[in-house]
Ligand binder design. Structure first.
Ligand code: SAH
Length: 225
């Protein structure tokens, strides 16, 4: 086993020990997926720590434990049509791409979307459709979705996303304040929505029509102090 593979196996062990879950398929994905490729060279040394890291433009690659927790909660079945909101680095996207050829991902910042697309293509993953835009409104063109995963914190679960869930579908989304949220699993049963609270989490804000307003510049920045 080379050093990178060893580091990935160690990371997977830390993540699954921490979560205390058995999920052989997901664990194998964590052991195989080269997380360092989703980071710039200055961050790559830390790629296999169980930590969130900066990816530029004020955004972060999610902590591996959180990616595992969300994917496990989403529990996609092979072939499910999945929508991801908040592509970011594309790491979580690449995890989801292992489950289905029908994966759609939306990122607000075009530069991040382009970069993630480049990384996935370089890895030979061609089953993902990317869009730069406001994912708080979902992506109506391909709805309904069996699974929707949101990787940014929303003030409330956007109605648009609930509407785009298929019957029996599931939405996993952090909901709460700008700095700290509860991770919710929302299951659609007929026209009702059943919420399960999966615990505390910290995501960057979901910014958009059904999310938060873009943060105003801080007064120090505005006045040049
Ligand atoms: N799972 C990603 C997390 C990235 S951080 C990773 O591990 O890399 C969350 C991302 O959500 C950021 O890139 C941010 O720009 C994006 N985002 C915030 N609001 C959004 C919105 N309304 N629509 C789409 N993406 C959004």
């Amino acid at each position: 086993m080379d050093a990178l593979t060893q580091a990935r196996h160690r990371m997977a062990k830390v993540v699954f020990d921490r979560l205390g879950i058995e999920d052989a398929v997901l664990r194998r994905i964590f052991e195989l997926l080269p997380r360092h490729l989703f980071l710039d060279s200055a961050q790559q040394h830390a790629a296999y720590n169980d930590a969130a890291l900066p990816i530029g433009l004020g955004q972060t690659i999610s902590q591996p434990t959180i990616v595992a927790m969300m994917t496990h909660a989403l529990a996609p079945s092979a072939g499910d049509k999945i929508l991801e909101i908040g592509t970011g680095s594309g790491y979580q996207t690449a995890v989801l791409a292992q489950y289905t050829p029908r994966l759609y991902t939306v990122e607000r910042l075009p530069e991040l979307s382009r970069r993630a697309q480049g990384v996935l293509e370089s890895m030979g993953l061609r089953n993902v459709i990317f869009k730069a835009g406001d994912g708080s409104l979902g992506w109506d063109s391909w709805a309904p979705y069996d699974r929707i995963l949101v990787a940014a914190g929303a003030p409330v679960a956007p109605e648009a996303l609930k509407k785009q869930l298929a019957e029996g579908g599931r939405l996993v989304i952090p909901v709460g304040g700008r700095d700290s949220q509860r991770l919710l699993r929302i299951d659609r049963v007929g026209d009702t929505f059943r919420e399960t609270d999966l615990g505390e989490c910290r995501f960057v804000p979901l910014v958009g029509a059904q999310g938060y307003a873009i943060e105003p510049p801080r007064s120090q920045d505005a006045f040049g102090f």
